[in-house]
Design a protein around this ligand. Structure first.
Ligand SMILES: *Cc1c(COP(=O)(O)O)cnc(C)c1O
Length: 340
């Protein structure tokens, strides 16, 4: 145990750990898994990752459960998704077994950085793949590096589970209609920084992007998916430019189990008027409930929470998913991998 860390106040940031795990693709094959203490990468200055954006990543979490066991949440889905991202950017897909083995090793080797149960903190696992070959002409690499690093992160809601406000801005798009939105690549984030910065400076926690083609339908909420509750139904946008969130997928399962109907479909901006709750969802927060959505172009304000508190459905989702991840309730779907 690492006595010096104040787990509850850790930010969502980089905190150095002891080891990271790497695997290189060279001469047409993935090599051995290597463990290193170094937190830097030696990379050719002409590497495709640096020039042409061949960079993809994942994000998942490991938890110390109520029974003291270590659990990794839904790693298979992250393994599948990074495969799709690799295919989307013409990179080398990482075999699932390598992905799993490296996540498990990275967690075990850094066991002293897994926050204790009850702190609300977790060990964030960040796998990433980069194109390593030197290119000047635009062409994919034939050498890749896959790294799994971990870092302890504090609870997302430091001052308790509460609402934030977000905004709609038509001036910027995160991704193109048939672009890379459904892949988890660094380029999408670079493209969202200006809009995100502007939203933050106006006091909003995120931008609710509209579909980049018609600007008619809701798309994503910054680096998270969006859902709302309308007439007791769970509604979430469907679009080719949305990153398929594993949290959203899990919430859809929980919603059905709670007896709610689930609709994955186009949602128009006006429909927000008829919603009783809305939230952003992703691994970092599970759910981040939304108080108000301000349309900066029309001046219209959509109130998602009348009493200023997180809604009952979102609160239930948040508590249930956290309880599953911490082993407090039975894991009926086999979502957790117990690390022995
Ligand atoms: C990672 C990510 C999400 C959330 O996905 P989870 O699997 O739930 O963590 C949502 N949107 C974008 C753009 C992302 O990169």
């Amino acid at each position: 145990m690492n006595e010096d860390i104040d787990w509850g106040s850790l930010p969502f940031g980089y905190y150095p750990t002891d080891y990271n795990v790497r695997c290189a693709f060279r001469d047409g094959k993935w090599g051995p898994i290597e463990v290193t203490k170094s937190d830097t990468v030696n990379i050719h200055m002409a590497a495709t990752a640096l020039h042409y954006g061949q960079e993809i990543f994942e994000g998942l979490k490991a938890f110390r459960g109520v029974d003291g066991k270590i659990r990794i949440f839904r790693w298979e889905e992250n393994a599948k998704r990074i495969r799709q991202s690799a295919e989307g950017l013409l990179m080398e897909p990482i075999p699932e077994e390598i992905f799993k083995e490296m996540c498990v090793q990275a967690v075990k080797l850094n066991e002293r950085f897994i926050p204790p149960y009850g702190t609300g903190a977790s060990l964030y696992i960040r796998p990433l793949e980069i194109g390593m070959s030197a290119r000047v002409g635009v062409k994919e690499a034939d050498e890749y590096l896959f790294i799994v690093m971990v870092t302890p992160v504090g609870p997302y809601f430091k001052g308790g589970f509460k609402n934030t406000n977000i905004c709609i801005m038509r001036e910027y798009d995160r991704v193109a209609p048939q672009g890379t939105g459904r892949f988890k690549c660094g380029g999408n984030y670079a493209a969202s920084l200006t809009a995100g910065h502007k939203a933050h400076s106006l006091g909003y926690s995120a931008v609710l992007y509209l579909d980049p083609k018609e600007k008619k339908y809701l798309d994503e909420c910054g680096p998270a998916n969006f859902y709302a509750i309308k007439d007791g139904k769970y509604i979430t946008p469907k679009s080719d430019s949305i990153l398929p969130s594993i949290t959203n997928m899990s919430l859809m399962t929980l919603a059905r189990e709670m007896g709610m109907e689930v609709e994955q479909r186009h949602i128009t901006v006006d429909e927000l008027e008829e919603c009783s709750e809305a939230a952003a969802c992703g691994t970092a927060a599970v759910c981040s409930p939304i108080g108000e959505i301000d349309d900066l172009d029309t001046g219209k304000k959509y109130i998602m929470s009348k009493d200023g508190k997180p809604g009952p459905v979102t609160t239930k989702f948040y508590n249930t998913l956290n309880a599953i991840r911490l082993g407090e309730v039975p894991d009926t779907h086999g979502w957790n991998l117990i690390v022995e």
